[in-house]
Design a protein around this ligand. Structure first.
Ligand SMILES: [Zn+2]
Ligand SMILES: [Zn+2]
Length: 383
């Protein structure tokens, strides 16, 4: 096995440029969630050119795909899957209107593509199947949630993915998450002349914020809630007849999430009762679950990372990975989800303007090759 793993690393070295070009292409062609037409087509073309069978579009999702390579026609072995992401985020650049890879999903595309190509190139050493899922819209819809519900991971023996982060962490944790839009409908009136004739929809938003602030104490560190007012009226001289909010609710576990989410809706109802503004709310289509990692896969991953010189690993309980749709995958099949730290490259964290530079840096590329090697080695252990 040690010998084959050496061959894994040598093979990755040989295709390093190919993988870097992929990461660069995705970085230079940033597309918003659910609009990754160019990037998904590019990845699919690359995969077909190296002999993968590809279904694209996949499961009714225009910019998702499923690519597979089977090392033997009998298909008696295990199946290892990798999850590529390639969506970017809005609001970057000096004018805050540019789409950019501030979460490094170009790096995820590059590292997973490199891992599957390496495994395909050394497939004479194993019996099994390699699958690469192109999972669109991690930042918005979270297509992995739909795929998990549709059962596409139910015959997979291991799922591997890595993400850039502040620190190296194999036992990563992620919070379950859902989001709400709240809308309040009041009645406009002159704010100075006849305020008594108005119903202030913005007041309802303020009361929701006060209610959420009071609620935080009762849930402690298990729950995180962040909200913004997306419409707070048109002019100070008019009692706002319409106001709206966008609220994220996160919890350490999907059951705690449901309890917290119910209370947030009740706060909305209370605000409506207090102000007289009519209350409408909508829950996000997809709820992200917390992540349940496979201890066995993680121990394999740690040993392989150590071979590659990565021995300093953060404690997953202390290092949260916000929320990700891979959580739902982890409720259906064994998952290993690792972060590789970029703090030696820059202080910038994920989604910050500064992280855009990190995502395409030489330092990130070095980490991408470590990621590809470690994932391919761990896949080999499973296969
Ligand atoms: Zn992100
Ligand atoms: Zn991300």
């Amino acid at each position: 096995m040690e010998e084959i793993k050496k061959i894994v690393c040598q093979t990755e070295d040989k295709i390093a440029k190919w993988a870097e070009e992929i990461s660069d292409y995705i970085f230079e062609n940033p597309e918003l969630s659910d609009e990754e037409y160019k990037c998904s087509a590019y990845l699919v073309k690359k995969l077909r050119s190296i002999g993968f069978k590809v279904i694209y579009p996949y499961m009714g999702f225009d910019t998702s795909f499923r690519a597979e390579y089977c090392s033997d026609s009998e298909n008696n072995g295990k199946t290892v899957a990798f999850l590529a992401e390639y969506d970017a985020l809005p609001g970057y650049g000096n004018t805050h209107d540019k789409t950019a890879h501030a979460c490094g999903h170009n790096w995820i595309a590059g590292s997973t593509m490199a891992a599957v190509r390496v495994l395909k190139d050394i497939s004479r050493y194993f019996n099994g199947k390699i699958v690469l899922f192109g999972t669109q819209s991690e930042e918005k819809t979270g297509s992995k949630v739909n795929f998990a519900e549709l059962g596409v991971f139910d015959d997979i023996d291991a799922v591997l993915q890595m993400h850039l982060g502040r620190v190296n962490c194999v036992d990563t944790t992620a919070m379950a998450m859902t989001d709400y839009t709240f809308e309040f409908y009041g009645k406009a009136a002159h704010a100075a002349k006849e305020p008594e004739n108005g119903i202030n929809a913005l007041d309802a938003c303020h009361l929701v914020m006060a209610g959420i602030n009071a609620m935080r104490q009762q849930f402690g560190a298990d729950v995180k809630i962040h909200e913004i007012i997306t419409n707070g009226g048109q002019s100070p001289s008019i009692i706002p007849e319409y106001a709206s909010m966008w609220i994220f609710v996160r919890a350490t576990d999907k059951n705690i999430l449901e309890k917290a989410a119910e209370r947030v809706v009740n706060i909305g109802r209370g605000a409506s009762l207090m102000t007289g503004a009519e209350f409408k709310y909508k829950r996000a289509r997809n709820t992200f679950y917390d992540i349940k990692q496979s201890k066995h896969l993680n121990s394999l991953m740690k040993a392989n990372l150590a071979e590659l010189g990565i021995t300093e690993l953060a404690d997953g309980d202390k290092y949260h990975c916000e929320s990700t749709d891979i959580g739902n995958v982890s409720y259906r099949c064994p998952v290993c989800y690792t972060t590789l730290g970029t703090s030696h490259i820059s202080d910038a964290g994920l989604h910050e303007q500064g992280f855009v530079d990190v995502a395409c840096s030489d330092g990130a590329k070095k980490l991408m090759h470590i990621a590809a090697k470690a994932m391919a080695m761990t896949a080999l252990d499973v296969l």
